[in-house]
Design a protein around this ligand. Sequence first.
Ligand code: ADP
Ligand code: 5GP
Length: 190
Amino acid sequence: MAKGKVIIISAPSGCGKSTIINALLNRGEVDMRFSVSATNRQPREGEKHGVNYYFLTDEEFRKAISADEFVEYEEVYPGRYYGTLKSEIARIVDEGHNVVLDIDVKGGVNVKRMYGHEAVSIFIKPPSVEALRLRLEGRGTETAEAIDQRVARAEFEISYAPQFDHTVVNDDLMEAIDNVSRILKEFTGR
Ligand code: ADP
Ligand code: 5GP
């Protein structure tokens, strides 16, 4: 059985990555399974361990690093770690499915470098940084301080866009979903 390929989706927080990935998973037009990352941040309301993330304590995260369990990991915000587990990617691609990673820009660039032609990287861009702030405020899952932190990081993250294979602007949501879907059909059909 052919192994699956790696789909990398990166964007500043609040750009609509999760919304787009969930829409694509629901549409089922492209065969892909979500790689559940590990993090030491607190779950948001409604988030479930093993579904959205593996929520680890600081100690558990450190142990996973020592045990070499990550393909990559980053301190995306001060003290907040996120990592892609080797076991997740292996399980999914070995079953012949494509794996989709929702991952920060540094991790995205690193994973693309590791997997080369077996991976496609897509950067989702907000129409503007102001629009991004409004979306984060609208989502209502972060404190004002965390929103400031995420918006401040967005400019830095947007500077990584040229290192991705494709950039899709998420202004009109349906259009963005269609554009990502088209890229993935082309990539996975190859
Ligand atoms: P991310 O996963 O990138 O942090 P989310 O998918 O949680 O972002 O989206 C952040 C917020 O913006 C959510 O409340 C979502 O419903 C909203 N959103 C996503 N895409 C759009 C869009 N094109 N226009 C307006 N709001 C959007
Ligand atoms: P959030 O806290 O909003 O769920 O995620 C914050 C940021 O961490 C997002 O940019 C998200 O893509 C990124 N992220 C999630 N999982 C991983 C991962 O496994 N590795 C890396 N490097 N970043 C991740």
